[in-house]
Design a protein around this ligand. Structure first.
Ligand code: UTP
Length: 289
């Protein structure tokens, strides 16, 4: 079945970016001049999906405003002749149909996905975690949709990570089917290197069948007392089958301060209006060391 809906959970507290996130949702922190959440929504659109379901929590209203029509701002900019800016901001509200559901308590990512059940119903859907940004020739969600369409199952994105970093990720135990494609046998949340069944990690992009909901509904709180998506995925893998696709592209973990800075530099270096001057600045700074 065609994937028509994408779930983006944004109900987390964003504690790693305090104090910046005390009054501003971390998903609105900019990657150069575009809020991170918009970069993720653009990946959804470029993958051919038209409906976004945001799972929100307290203090996240500004994200919905960002995707809403802003009459006063557009009117003022039009009167000032700033038509290019009017186009840039109105394109956002035209871009996508955004539905939001409130996760009343932050009980974990697995719980946030379960909250989406009422609007997903019984069709497969994409999940994108907005802490992970990709620069990719083919949008990563589209790469997964292509694999899912061929095999008719759920597919999770995989990236290779160094063994000393497995404790930061969900890690799969898998059986290779072909180059870059694995049958997922089990998943472990944040294992230390010596316990990790592989170095294939989940970077926050998934195509899931509706069967995931029944598994999440019976998943007990795990690591940190939260309902973990990884535990629901492990049940899904055992009962319905699940594939892992090593995705092509550069991934940035913008939930991490260093990753956030790297994403900003990387995106800026690729911009014709900023890249050349930024490159000269970085070269000058580095030559001082
Ligand atoms: P994280 O574990 O990174 O938590 O959530 P966080 O609150 O976003 O950030 P830190 O670690 O405190 O800085 C992973 C993803 O799951 C969502 C988050 O919004 C993020 O997209 N999430 C997490 C929820 O939607 N609900 C939850 O209860 C927990």
């Amino acid at each position: 079945m065609k994937v028509r809906k994408a779930v983006i959970p944004v109900a987390g507290l964003g504690t790693r970016f305090l104090p910046a996130t005390k009054a501003c949702p971390k998903e609105l922190l900019p990657i150069v001049d575009v809020p991170a959440i918009q970069v993720v929504v653009e990946e959804v659109l470029h993958s051919g999906i038209e409906q976004v379901i945001l799972i929100t929590g307290r203090g996240k209203e500004a994200i919905l405003d960002h995707f809403d029509y802003s009459y006063e701002l557009e009117d003022t900019l039009t009167k000032r002749g700033k038509t290019d800016l009017v186009e840039a901001i109105s394109a956002i509200s035209r871009m996508v149909s955004v539905v939001s559901i409130r996760q009343k308590q932050p009980l974990g990512l697995g719980h946030a996905i379960l909250v989406a059940q009422e609007v997903i119903g019984s069709e497969p859907f994409a999940v994108l975690l907005p802490d992970d940004l990709f620069e990719a020739r083919i949008p990563v969600t589209r790469q997964l949709m292509e694999t899912s369409a061929i095999y008719g199952t759920g597919v999770v994105a995989l990236i290779e990570v160094p063994r000393e970093l497995t404790h930061r990720y969900g890690i799969i135990d898998g059986e290779q089917m072909e180059e870059g494609l694995y049958r997922v046998l089990d998943l472990v949340e944040k294992p230390d290197g010596d316990r990790a069944p592989s170095t294939l990690a989940l970077p926050g992009r998934y195509i899931l069948p509706p069967a995931i909901f029944k598994h999440l509904a019976v998943t007990r709180p795990g690591v940190n007392g939260e309902i973990q998506l990884t535990d629901g995925l492990a049940r899904l893998a055992r009962e319905e089958g699940l594939l892992g696709r090593v995705v092509e592209g550069t991934r940035h973990d913008i939930g991490d301060k260093l990753g956030f800075l790297q994403a900003n530099i990387s995106f800026a270096l690729r911009r014709p209006d900023l890249g050349p001057e930024l490159r000269r600045y970085l070269e000058r700074e580095l030559s001082k060391e």
